[in-house]
Structures are given as C-alpha cells and as structure tokens.
Design a binder for this molecule. Structure first.
Ligand code: NAD
Length: 478
C-alpha cells in the first residue's frame, strides 16, 4: 500500500482502508459546519495553486483545451465549493416541520446526519469535475470517502491521488487507483453510500452489488438526450447553443444533445446556421477545424473506432452527411459530424453516441416528436427550442427526463440550486448543492414529546367504544 493513495492494492488492503475510516465516520457525525468548511477550503486552495497542473493533466489525457478545463472541470468544482461554504450552516440546521392536529403538543424536525463511509466511482469524460464534485457533497455532509477515479484518464487520476494525499489522511479521504477489478473489489465492501457516475450498464452492476449490503446509491448515468427544435424556434440562436453543447469536450458529455428532432419547416435553415456556427467557433481563420486549439480529442482508440464505425454504419444504411465525416486515427480527431435521414436501425440512433456526431430526424407535429422521445428510455436531459410557451409546457408535461432546458442546452449543469441527475435508465438520485448534500445525508425525522403528555392515551387497549369512535373520526377527518 502506498502512503495515502493506493495503486497496487489487494482486497485485504482495501478492507483495511475501509475499516480505518470507521472511526472517522463516527467522529465526523458530530462535526460542525465550520469543521467541514475548513476541509472544503483546503481543496479550493489546492485547486487555485495547481490550476496549470490540472490543465496539463487533462491536455495529456485527451487533448482537452485549457479554457474547457477551466470552464468544465475547475469552475463547476469551485462553484460547488463556494455554494456549499455559503449554505452549509443552513443545510445542517435541523428543520422544523408543522404539527398535524393529531400530533398536537409534540414538535417534529428533520436532522441531517452523515450517512457515513462513502464510495465515489468516477468516469473518464470529466475526470476531475466528476471525482471532486461528489467529494465536495460528501465532505459537506460529513462523510469519509474512498474515491476511485477512472483508469482511462491516468494523468488526471494520478493528480487527484496526489491532491488528496496532500490534503487528507487515508482514514478521512483516500484515492484508490485501478480499473474494473478494483472497482468490483470496492463494491463488495459495506459502504453506507455509493455515488457512481458512469454508463447505465455499469450502473446496474453497481446497484446489484449495493443491494448485497443495502448500501444506498446515487447513480449518475447516461443515455440519449434529445433536443427538439420546434417550428417557431430561432434557428441561429438554437444552432449556436446546440453546436457548443454538442461539441464541447468533443461530444464526450453525458448531457450533450445526443440527437435532434427538428420540425420539418426548420430543417434547412437550422443546417445552414449550424454550419455557420461550427465555422465561427472551430475554424474562424479557415485553417481547418483539425487545427483548432479548442477541439478536444477522442479519449482512446476503442472509442475512436466505435465512433468512426457509427458514421460508416449510418452512411451505409442511407444517412447523409450534412457536415463533417472526416477523421484521423493517428491523433484520434473526429470532425464535428452532422447526419440527416437517420433511422432507428442505425447505431447512432440505438446507442449513446458520446462523441462529435449529431444525427438529425425531422417531425411534422410536436406530438410526433414527443411520442418518439417517449418510445425510448427516459433521458438524462431534454432540450426544447421554441418560443411558444404552450408548446414548451406540453413537452415538459408529456415527457419524462432527469432535467429539462428550454431554449438552451447543457447550461443547467452549472445551476447549483437545481437538482442534477437522471431518472430510471439515466440515473437514480440527484447531485449538486443541497441535493448533493442530501445524497450523502440521512434525513432523520425527530419527534419530541413532552413528559406526561400522551396523544394516544385514549387509544390504548383494551379498545373500547370510545377508542373505536376516536379511531373512526381520525380516519374520517385526518
Ligand atoms: P463506465 O460505466 O464504463 O465507467 C465508470 C466507472 O466504473 C469507471 O471508474 C470504471 O473503472 C468503473 N467500471 C467500469 N466497468 C465496471 C464494471 N464492470 N464493474 C465495476 N466498475 C466498473 O463509464 P465511462 O465510460 O467512464 O463514462 C461514460 C458514461 O458515463 C456514459 O454513459 C455517460 O453518459 C456517463 N456519464 C454520466 C454522467 C452524469 O452525471 N449522469 C456524467 C458523466 C458521464
């Protein structure tokens, strides 16, 4: 076992590490908001002092542009920290609830106790943000953590390991490096909470493992998030927002618009505006998008091959290129690609794309688009572009998705007051701000009674006529 982070571990090491966090979980149960805030501030300072190292790690892992690292890896984490620091005293204060008539004389309140020892398993696509973001929620709630970042972004995972070993003792927070085997060994341990971010397929494995120990879970999963562009949408506005949301991180974003459903009257206009938007954002000097310093690369060969096969499969089955289609195996570059005339038999419409390919289908009535969305598993996010409020509220009412955004996309991720997460196939439980704090907290309902007062005196056995009358009136009136 290495000093604080563990890279060559066996199951005994992991059990030992897990046991070492038991005392911390008990001690931290009564930790004050100020104690927890001090931990968050340590992380914030470390990030500030190591910003360039974080950028370098992401650049080495998949050519992530520095500005995108600042915007989508560092800013969401510092925003989460600042939000928690501001709100934690309030979140931790027991909340009084009103007293129902039959409970007259008592008082009720909700306490938030830390769930205890927690496991965080992170994916590779926003490897810093999606490891440290949930850690902020766990520390705010007062939970010790074992964190397993992704094996697919080794530079960032090593850096996270270094950061945690400098800031925490392993009995408080420990990073365990490794792949599937390590993840599965960790999942055998009886954690109080497991916070997993990754694919629905692995989410099911995590949930089964958690069931063995009745560990609670937050599952932040993926899927195909649709964007609907309705007949009165402003195409220029929609195109600019969709192109950024789709191609940031080279399309490797869980909440990227996976496919578009576009009203047939808007199709041509939207395509032209999307081409203009791509040009403006990724090729302003006409040197070629491949030369853009702002376009990340595909994380590894496996995903590069999967994505280029997706394009070939779609073209061979009748899809047409609106834009892009080129790629370079050597640099794992895939050009922003837009496809039209797609059908459900194509891989791009069957699987989560998770890359810079945007398939587009058209519809003639909004009901048709809604039916299409509802014929698929519930998405992580749904985006609607259009100015008619009745149409957008129809979509909100008639579809189910983890989050929804009207006239923009992806932006909700940065709104710390909103719960973030999926529903069923796209996730279970919510993250961010108070909702992240809740994920790692047990909401303990506490009832306080006065000595000598008893609300059920008349309702004790033997159940005479009076008791029966009172019970009947309870049923009738309350
Ligand atoms: P993944 O599910 O393959 O891996 C995620 C983590 O699980 C990694 O740490 C990996 O080591 C571990 N893992 C992989 N296979 C495992 C197994 N069989 N048993 C136990 N652990 C295992 O996901 P990924 O490829 O890293 O990330 C992409 C997926 O994550 C996409 O589906 C994406 O939509 C989703 N995602 C969701 C969110 C969200 O917030 N909802 C955010 C980012 C990514």
């Amino acid at each position: 076992m290495l000093n604080h982070s563990i890279s060559e571990q066996n199951n005994t090491d992991l059990e030992h590490l897990f046991k070492s966090q038991l005392l911390t979980s008990t001690l931290w149960r009564s930790s004050s908001a100020d104690d927890r805030i001090a931990r968050l501030k340590k992380i914030r300072t470390w990030i500030k002092d190591h910003q360039q190292e974080i950028r370098n790690a992401l650049k080495n892992d998949f050519g992530k542009p520095e500005s995108e690292t600042d915007l989508s890896e560092i800013f969401p984490v510092t925003a989460e920290i600042n939000h928690s620091i501001k709100k934690l005293h309030k979140w931790m204060t027991p909340k009084s609830v009103s007293t129902p008539l039959p409970m007259l004389g008592t008082s009720g309140s909700i306490y938030h106790e830390p769930k205890g020892r927690s496991l965080i398993i992170a994916p590779w696509n926003y490897p810093f943000n999606l490891s440290i973001g949930p850690l902020i929620s766990a520390l705010s709630a007062g939970c010790p953590v074992i964190l397993k970042p992704s094996e697919m972004t080794p530079h960032t995972s090593e850096l996270i390991s270094k950061m945690i070993s400098e800031l925490f003792a392993p009995k408080e927070v420990a990073v365990v490096l490794g792949g599937i085997e390590t993840s599965q060994a960790l999942l055998k341990l009886p954690f109080d909470h497991i916070f997993f971010t990754g694919s629905p397929t692995v989410g099911k494995i995590v949930m089964k493992a958690a069931a063995e120990n009745l560990s609670s879970v937050t599952l932040e999963l993926g899927g195909k998030s649709p964007a609907i562009v309705d007949e009165d949408a402003d195409c220029k506005d929609a195109a600019e927002k969709l192109i950024w949301g789709k191609y940031v991180n080279c399309g490797q974003t869980c909440i990227a618009p996976d496919y578009l459903l576009v009203h047939e009257s808007k199709l041509e206009n939207l395509f032209s505006e999307m081409k203009v938007a791509i040009q403006k954002m990724y090729d302003p000097d006409f040197k070629g998008i491949e030369k853009s310093p702002d376009m990340a690369r595909i994380v590894n060969d496996k995903h590069f091959n999967r994505l280029t096969e997706n394009i070939e499969d779609a073209l061979s089955k009748g899809a047409q290129l609106v834009f892009g289609g080129n790629s370079d195996q050597h640099t794992r570059y895939i050009e922003p690609t837009i496809l039209r005339n797609v059908s459900d038999e194509m891989q791009v419409m069957e699987e989560e794309i998770f890359g810079p390919i945007l398939p587009v289908k058209s519809y003639t009535s909004l009901g048709e688009a809604i039916d299409y969305v509802n014929s698929k598993p519930k998405p992580l996010a749904l985006y609607f572009f259009g100015v008619n409020a009745e149409q957008s509220s129809k979509v909100l009412r008639e579809t189910s998705s983890g989050n929804a955004v009207i006239n923009d996309c992806v932006l909700h991720y940065l709104h710390m007051e909103l719960p973030f997460g999926g529903v069923n196939n796209s996730g279970i439980g919510k993250a961010h701000g108070y909702h992240g704090f809740l994920a790692f907290s047990n909401e303990k309902g506490v009832l306080k009674q006065r000595v000598g007062l008893n609300n059920v005196t008349l309702l004790r056995p033997p159940y005479g006529i009076k008791a029966k009358q009172i019970i009947a009136s309870l049923i009738k009136w309350f």
